[in-house]
Write a protein that binds this ligand. Sequence first.
Ligand code: FAD
Length: 466
Amino acid sequence: MWWLRRDLRLDDNPALLAAAGQGPVLALFVLDEALRRPAGPVRLAFLYRCLRDLDRRLAGRLCVRTGDPEQVVPAVAGEIGADVVHIAADHGPHGRRRDEQVARALLAGGRELRRTGSAYAVEPGRLVKPDGSPYRVFTPFYRAWKAHGWPAPAAPAPTEPDWLDPASLSGGSEEIPPDPDLDGVTLPPPGEQAAHDRLHAFLRGPLGDYARHRDEPAADATSRLSPYLKWGCIHPRTVLDGVRAATAPATGGATDDATDGVMESAEKFRSEIAWREFYADVLAANPSSARSDLSDTLARMSYEPPGESFEAWKWGRTGYPIVDAGMRQLLAEGWVHNRVRMIEASFVCKDLHVHWTHGARWYLERLVDGDLASNNHGWQWTAGTGTDAAPYFRVFNPVSQGRRFDPDGEYIRRWVPELRGLPAELVHEPWKCPGGPPNGYPGPIVDHAVERRDALARHAQARNAS
Ligand code: FAD
């Protein structure tokens, strides 16, 4: 039996290959309340669409069951007489606990839960510092990650697995639930083929200029693979191999500036994939950092409860155009550009003085790529409670960030229609328009200069008190 969780694909799937090597395979997905509850409608709808896509590829032979995996998995394995249930290892706090419980329940019936591979190129926990402790800083992790390397994508099985039809089970397969109400959010196309199409479009186009343009939210300069990586519609190994193949220098060819640019872009892109791996590794070593500060240096920091201004942030009504553009993109697409995520998080933590967990929760509710490790550690990086080596006093100025990374205001005009008529000089500071911001757009809910000073004062106080 192959129990899928975050590996909704048939290609480059070592756990599936291990299962297929043992005989006919039943593919099982369990709709677990613990998976559904925190996901939010956008991520759930994307998951359901990916499952429907996979079921189509399996000609209707994906077995879907609702319930607690601790009961469902042993019951289905028992019914088909599977000795081994194959999975890809899950290193998240919930996944690890769940799998231990399922393994125990299976063992009680004389069956085995066998882990092959994971959702990462280098499995979390594999890399440790020379003193044996886990990494807490990205750069040395990245060096170790590259030196360790990863296997090539798994070769396809010589023959298509012999799929068991769930219709032969007493409970059959349940219908994949209909999409929850998406409130107008547009989702990317789901599934494995869409992930590969996305990768190839990126390799053919934006990858070449990734290093130069990846920080510009108006440019379509990043891969947008994050929702597919989230559910394992594609494995990072496949992505890394695609980048390697697309940028391999022609043998004997002379290098020029363009080639150097491509190589620099490939390196930058690999390092972004490595951030995902780093955060998974940090979470595996520090499970409580999903919910609370990784570092205790700001344990005595004073925060404000999330109130009206936090609500204004959630709905893109802060009066700071780059912040509002990002929040409106989140509400419309379930996705936000990475640079803007950092600006958003800084605004919550440093301008509103609200603890990062509140912002992180809202993101996880709304993001199509919402991932506990990347999201919560991305928030902690900005809050200064996580892995950032240059911590709390990094305060993003929403106006200068906007001017620097969206100089013409193209991104802002795309997402904030009230400001579409403004020229570049005013679009980042619409309160400077004669008569105030146009079309009912709000004035700034806080004064950034004042809040920056306040943030630094709170920081100094917290450091002195600890
Ligand atoms: P690309 O630039 O094309 O990068 C390729 C892949 O590398 C991404 O798909 C992603 O898997 C990984 N990656 C890139 N940047 C990062 C990063 N900073 N940290 C971790 N992985 C990275 N990413 C998520 O996948 N899920 C989240 O819930 C999430 N929440 C975030 C919250 C905050 C506050 C911040 C600052 C970042 C967050 N990120 C998250 C990381 C990053 O913003 C997204 O991965 C990226 O924007 C996805 O777009 P892309 O696929 O086009 O990225």
